[in-house]
Structures are given as structure tokens and as C-alpha cells.
Design a protein around this ligand. Structure first.
Ligand code: ADP
Length: 195
């Protein structure tokens, strides 16, 4: 049983690699961005609040985001068998909260997979994704704001997890399958071939 955080800038390939990791290790996928977009699609109160932040490229406030995640962990039974967290945590308070949320459920975080991709490639990927999928926050103005937010609020988590000896740095530019093989190798090495 593994709990893994997939960490990286917007556009770094977290969604793509999450899908492959959950397949390979039989884990449950929780993407906070997907959870929020689902609320927006369904027009819930939470969705309306989330949309105001997401459309500006800002983060949803920590307290609200942590409450949402706590709720998802309760509702999604499969989370008991191990989770790939995609897009959470994005701030230090969220990382502290994740530790508590997992401890409360008698488990812990085993590794943080950090996808490291040069900034110009991130921008290119998100522009392409915006054209292909129509995703509203993949436009150049919002992309720039999201990258600023990433540098200021999320990147400090890299050192946080290096200090906890959980961070696995992955070269995230290149072929999807090569990146995935690197992730699997490093995860198996880190978790002692568990699973
Ligand atoms: P990306 O990694 O490409 O930005 P996501 O789907 O992970 O895509 O997130 C989209 C948006 O959802 C973020 O820009 C942010 O506004 C919001 N969001 C997602 N996860 C979190 C989180 N853990 N904390 C705060 N806001 C979040």
C-alpha cells in the first residue's frame, strides 16, 4: 500500500503520469483540480467559489481545500488502498494537513514524485492543451499567473519534502514512457520494492 504525491508545475504532466502510476501500482487517483472542475460543471456552491479563484489563476484557500480533501478521503472507499495525490498539496499548510489527514487514518505519505520541466516547455504544453480541450484556465494570462503562484507558494514544498527524505526528482521533459519508467524505478527503490 502506497500513498504518493505527484508534484510539479502546472503543465508538468501530473495527470498523464498519475494515470500510469495508478495502473501500475493499483492505487486510487485524487486530482484536486478534477474535483474542483467537477463541482464547477455541476454548478454547486463550492463550484461557484472555486471558479472565482481558478479563473484568476489563484489557489483555493487552504482551509477550504483541506476540508474538501478530508471529505474526498472519507467518501472514496478505494482511497484506503493507497492514493496518488495529484495537485495536492500546493502549499506548506496543505502539506502539514496531509500528514495529519493520513495519520488520522492510520497511514502516511511514502514518496513525492517531482516532475521537473523547463518553464518554456510548460507554457507550450498548456497552450496546446487549452486548444485541444478548451480548458478555461489554459490561456496565456492565466498560465502566467499560475506559474507565479507555483513559484511563490508551491515550489517551497520541494525543500520541505527533501528535508523529509521523501522527494524523488524526475526529469519531466522527454517521452511519456521514459519518464514513467524513471518514476517506477525510483519509486521501487524508495519503497523497497513494496508492491
Ligand atoms: P494544473 O496543475 O495544470 O494547474 P490542476 O487541475 O491541478 O491543474 O489545478 C487547476 C486549478 O485548481 C489550480 O490553478 C487552482 O486554482 C485549483 N487547485 C487545484 N488543486 C489545488 C490545491 N491543492 N490548492 C488550491 N487550489 C487548487
Amino acid at each position: 500500500m502506497l500513498n504518493i504525491v505527484l508534484f510539479g508545475a502546472p503543465g508538468s504532466g501530473k495527470g498523464t503520469q498519475s494515470a500510469k502510476i495508478i495502473d501500475r501500482f493499483g492505487l486510487h487517483h485524487i486530482s484536486t483540480g478534477e474535483v474542483l472542475r467537477d463541482h464547477i460543471r455541476r454548478g454547486t456552491e463550492l463550484g461557484k467559489t472555486a471558479d472565482e479563484y481558478i479563473s484568476k489563476g489563484q489557489l483555493i484557500p487552504d482551509e477550504l481545500m483541506i476540508e474538501i480533501l478530508d471529505d474526498v478521503l472519507d467518501k472514496e472507499e478505494a482511497a484506503k488502498n493507497g492514493v496518488v495525490f495529484d495537485g495536492f498539496p500546493r502549499t506548506i499548510p496543505q502539506a502539514e494537513a496531509l500528514k495529519k489527514l493520513l495519520a488520522k487514518r492510520g497511514t502516511e505519505l511514502h514518496a513525492v514524485v517531482g516532475l521537473e520541466v523547463p518553464e518554456d516547455e510548460l507554457v507550450e504544453r498548456m497552450i496546446a492543451r487549452g486548444k485541444e480541450t478548451g480548458r478555461a484556465d489554459d490561456n496565456i494570462d492565466t498560465i502566467k499567473k499560475r506559474l507565479d503562484v507555483y513559484h511563490n507558494q508551491t515550489l517551497p514544498l520541494r525543500d520541505f519534502y527533501i528535508n523529509e527524505d521523501k522527494y524523488l526528482g524526475i526529469e519531466g521533459a522527454g517521452k511519456v514512457d521514459d519518464i514513467f519508467n524513471d518514476i517506477v524505478d525510483q519509486l521501487l527503490r524508495k519503497t523497497g520494492g513494496d508492491k
